[in-house]
Design a protein around this ligand. Structure first.
Ligand code: MF3
Ligand code: CO
Ligand code: CO
Length: 265
């Protein structure tokens, strides 16, 4: 157990690789954020991501990943995650999560934000706020060597305040030279996450998906990627890549122009 975790501890040079990947990914998120407005299609958002990444000689991690054919995920309203960019045009009142992962010199940076399009319902604003606050509450609770379950405990406590629910089928993950690696980072506490520890030098994501209705999911049986809420309720998500250091968690994907902890949507 502990031996497997120790193998994931990065050296200072390797950590610099992860920092560079997170930095580029967050610059890319800042590049697209001004375009995410009513009237743009999700396919156009994908093209912005793709072109910016290639212009900087980096690689979109999702392109070709397990057969996925786009450079980001765009998840609108009742889509929980893995929405495929296409012809859908954003309209006033929508919420959209844009999830971007880049490979920079072999290292991965992975993050997502939910954006509010124009005037949204109070429910849409609340589920977005809850996802954002639960992510930051979980990150803020991390200490060197803490159990992974700290994350789930804090996400569940925050979503309970709203009467919202936490998705279980899709979880955060370790990352580094690989996109998805050990350990799993569930956003609810379970037996495994109580026995995994976040040691200095480990990198992982915190990416809670919060539903305004029931927690249950409904994968699309036609495209085999899009995951919706089973009851049609709204869902929101935020994601950061984290490096645990000897002093505590370091967020590697902070945007210059993005919302910071404490932000009110
Ligand atoms: N970026 C997602 C994550 O946070 C994974 C997307 S995989 C894809 O882990 F193939 F759906 F793009
Ligand atoms: Co992601
Ligand atoms: Co991720």
């Amino acid at each position: 157990m502990l031996q497997n975790l120790r193998k994931l501890q990065l050296s200072e040079t390797q950590r610099q690789g992860m920092r560079a990947a997170g930095r580029f990914n967050s610059q890319l998120m800042d590049h697209i954020r001004g375009y995410i407005q009513a009237g743009i299609s999700t396919g156009e958002i994908d093209r912005l991501v793709h072109e910016y990444t290639l212009a900087h000689k980096h690689t979109p991690a999702t392109l070709g990943y397990l057969g996925y054919t786009k450079s980001c995920c765009t998840s609108v309203n009742d889509v929980i995650c893995h929405g495929i960019p296409g012809d859908y045009v954003l309209k006033d009142g929508d919420i959209i999560n844009v999830d971007i992962t880049s490979i920079v010199e072999g290292w991965h940076g992975d993050q997502s934000e939910t954006f509010l399009i124009g005037n949204v319902s109070e429910k849409a604003r609340a589920v977005t706020q809850c996802a954002f606050d639960s992510m930051h509450r979980a990150i803020g609770a991390l200490t060197p060597g803490c159990p992974v379950s700290i994350i789930g405990e804090n996400v569940v406590a925050e979503s309970d305040k709203y009467g919202f629910t936490v998705v279980r089928e899709y979880v955060g993950h370790g990352l580094g030279r690989r996109f998805h690696q050990y350990p799993n980072v569930p956003h609810f506490p379970d037996r495994k996450s109580r026995q995994d520890y976040l040691l200095p030098g480990m990198c992982f994501t915190v990416e809670p998906m919060i539903n305004a209705g029931s927690r249950f999911t409904k994968p699309d049986t036609t495209d085999n990627w899009t995951v919706r809420t089973r009851d049609g309720s709204l869902s929101a998500q935020f994601e950061h890549t984290i490096l645990m250091t000897e002093k505590g968690p370091e967020i590697l994907t902070t945007c210059a122009n993005g919302p910071k902890a404490g932000h009110r949507f």
